[in-house]
Write a protein that binds this ligand. Sequence first.
Ligand code: NAD
Length: 293
Amino acid sequence: MSIILDGKTTSNQIKEELSVQVKGIKESGKRPPHLAAVLVGNDGASLTYVGSKVRSCERIGYDSTLIKLEDNISQDALLETIEKLNSDPLLDGFIVQLPLPKHIDEEVVLHAINPNKDVDGFHPTNFGKMALGMETFIPATPFGIMELLKRYKLDISGKHAVVIGRSHIVGRPMSILLSEKGNPGNATVTLTHSRTQNLAAITNEADIVVSALGVPNFLTADMVKDGAIIIDVGITRVYDANHHKGYVIVGDVHYDAVKEKASHITPVPGGVGPMTIAMLLQNTMLAYQRNQD
Ligand code: NAD
């Protein structure tokens, strides 16, 4: 039986800490941090994510702006919007919710964001700084996982960490952060992906597994060793006629069986997801502080 790494409660603590900071800022007569989110199209999951980011901003006293654009917007028009946000002195940071429609080149768009406002940490300048261990905006999902490990005082130094998935927003930065000098950090990392052979043999050797591939119930109990720390990043909507929404959210980890073997495990929902939002807010506070200097 494992200890649940409760991302919901931990994220609420972080939000509470940030709201205390915002209160102090407002009492000193200054404006609060301001985050904007750009949403292109009407994808249901994206609408949900952006909605909860905006609501979280409001809850802790940040200013927030939601910019909704039609899914047939041209790339040039989107780039113009980004230029305006880049040069708005009263805006500290902004995100462009992914995925973007097929006719838009995500890389071009993400690279157009002013690195000083790139609170998602996806711009090459910020990614490079993160890889060099410099202070910067760290991609919110891996940042949230590191924060969760830290707040639960889990020592991963010298341990074998296996990351499943090599995306630029989760798996790749996760592998870098886990191996960096620091606490938490100093892990020996194996980054696995769709071409990895004998994945189960590798995960069975792991003291910590971070699963970020997006395949429901992929990581089964026979793939993990007793006492491992299991972090489930996966979020997949699975059709369920019995649920009032018509779907349920399912993680990458076969939770009920794996929790019997793991020492610590994140649930889905209520694990990594809420931490991601908390760290986006934390990155926005950093952007604000730099903007004030
Ligand atoms: P992605 O599709 O960009 O990357 C998936 C990765 O998984 C790829 O690198 C691929 O090589 C690897 N992969 C695919 N099949 C594999 C296999 N059989 N064995 C080993 N590796 C395999 O996905 P992403 O954007 O990194 O997201 C991954 C999951 O995490 C999705 O479910 C996504 O919804 C979720 N996610 C959650 C949060 C959060 O806040 N909790 C944030 C971002 C993404």
